[in-house]
Design a protein around this ligand. Structure first.
Ligand code: C5P
Length: 439
């Protein structure tokens, strides 16, 4: 019978992976804007340095990897040992340390960072940054990095109001350095006014916002993620090894780019980003229904789910008993969700995935033409690559172009893919949503 297939299958266990939060019903992952971000935290010599210890904890709670770099003056206020214990990494203080430089040289460290946050940033450090000093490790890193720099100023209110500080701040802001705070209020010196460092919670939130952009502002994105489960009987199902991690990372990256995101998710052990509208489904038919209900009013559709191609024609109402006879399951084809969306009149910009074990480009190009989609993100799976891994590498193809996204965390790959999607979308629809910002 066309579209039917014979198979013998075992039920598939739930995917597992890196654990951050334990819930009553099992392990779940959390994803937010600082998840897997590499934060270089510079601490300079002000009394607010005592709050930096708490800040490290807040950043790590949000999933960031934190490398602390302290100036000599900062070590007068808080010990490197405290920061080392909290960050889980040796603290760097010296520019000319043969041992530390052998482990990760300062240029490498500057490249490692996704962002540099200096908290507290004293008036003295702000002045040195303004004039491009490179006479200690932290100031050198700030000059050598291509990553964005954020400062959390902390100083006496008169120093903050001083014309020299005002002029320095103006110059730094013109150069694109972000200021987080300061707040006004009681100060350690007993006076009151502007110059208090923001609280660690506020700084962690503000830092996460630094990763937001407006590339997809005003656009609606629909994303499928995870596997589907096709019932064989009340306790067994056909599924696959998809963890959902790539789709969830795309959801977070799209939110950070300003989009309104709907996530249609198969059963995974992941927590959806709070700002996404999440529909949980089990089967391919449920996923198809949820997607088709929304596809007519979405701008971009990303099919990251590993949808079961087949479902059982008849799933048993009671548990199938073990027997020595072969068990034959008759399967029928599930609808192709991606192709169905791409075939809609006025279809959204469609992005599909192609997980292949070989001939990546050939299969990806064939899929793009056959399903009439705008873009295909292809990756090799099997032998530890793809599905259950925390990392991914993608070959992305579109009509007239392609791009390689080299092996990196799924979160970082998701940001790069969202950038590519935004670029192609705006090229195809120059009048819709926010134009890509210059630079
Ligand atoms: O044809 P193949 O399953 O390899 O295509 C993979 C792409 O198609 C993925 O983007 C996947 O999410 C999507 N797909 C779908 N519905 C199906 C099968 C695949 O949306 N039934």
């Amino acid at each position: 019978m066309p579209g039917h297939k014979q198979a013998m299958v075992e039920s598939c266990p739930l995917p597992t992976g890196r654990i951050t939060v334990r819930h009553q019903i099992g392990y779940t992952f959390t994803m937010n804007s600082l998840c897997n971000k590499r934060v270089l935290l510079g601490i300079t010599g002000g009394i607010a340095a005592y709050k930096s210890a708490e800040l490290v904890r807040r950043l790590r709670e949000q999933g960031a990897e934190v490398q602390v770099v302290m100036t000599h003056a900062a070590c007068e206020f808080i010990t490197p040992l405290t920061l080392q214990a909290l960050s889980g990494k040796p603290v760097r203080t010296e520019l000319f340390s043969t041992q530390a430089e052998a482990a990760m040289g300062h240029i490498e460290l500057a490249r490692w960072s996704d962002i540099i946050l200096v908290a507290p940033a004293t008036a003295h450090f702000i002045a040195r940054l303004t004039y491009g000093f490179a006479d200690d490790l932290l100031s050198t890193l700030c000059l050598a990095t291509e990553a964005p720099i954020a400062l959390a100023p902390a100083m006496n209110h008169q120093m903050w109001k001083n014309a020299a500080t005002r002029a320095n701040i103006r110059i730094l802001e013109e150069r694109g350095i972000r200021l987080l705070g300061p707040a006004a209020g009681d100060q350690a010196c007993g006076e009151s006014g502007p110059g208090r460092m923001l609280e660690p919670d506020q700084l962690a939130t503000a830092l996460a916002e630094c990763f937001s952009s407006s590339r997809l502002q005003g656009l609606r994105i629909l994303i499928t993620a995870g596997p589907t489960q096709e019932a064989i009987d009340p306790v067994r199902y056909i599924s696959n090894r998809s963890s959902g991690r790539m789709g969830y990372a795309l959801c977070q990256a799209a939110l950070e780019a300003g989009a309104e995101v709907s996530l249609v998710s198969g059963p995974v052990a992941l927590e959806a980003p709070a700002r996404a509208r999440c529909h949980r489904v089990s089967t391919a038919m449920e996923m198809y229904q949820a997607v088709m209900d929304e596809a007519g009013h979405t701008d971009i559709f990303i099919a990251a789910a590993a949808v079961s191609d087949y479902r059982c024609i008849h799933s048993a109402q009671t548990k199938i008993k073990k027997s020595t006879d072969p068990l034959n399951l008759v399967l029928e084809l599930n609808p192709d969700i991606l192709a169905s969306v791409a075939a809609l009149p006025g279809a959204p910009f469609t992005v599909g995935f192609a997980a292949e074990t070989d001939s990546l480009e050939e299969y990806a190009m064939d899929k793009m033409t056959r399903k009439r989609v705008d873009m295909i993100a292809a990756n090799l799976v099997g032998e530890g690559k793809g599905f259950e891994s925390l990392e991914n590498a993608l070959e992305v193809y579109w009509n007239g172009g392609s791009c390689s996204l080299h092996l990196d965390s799924k979160e970082r790959i998701a940001h790069q893919l969202i950038e590519l999607i935004a670029e192609r979308f705006h090229e195809k629809n120059p009048d819709q949503g926010t134009e890509p910002a210059a630079g």
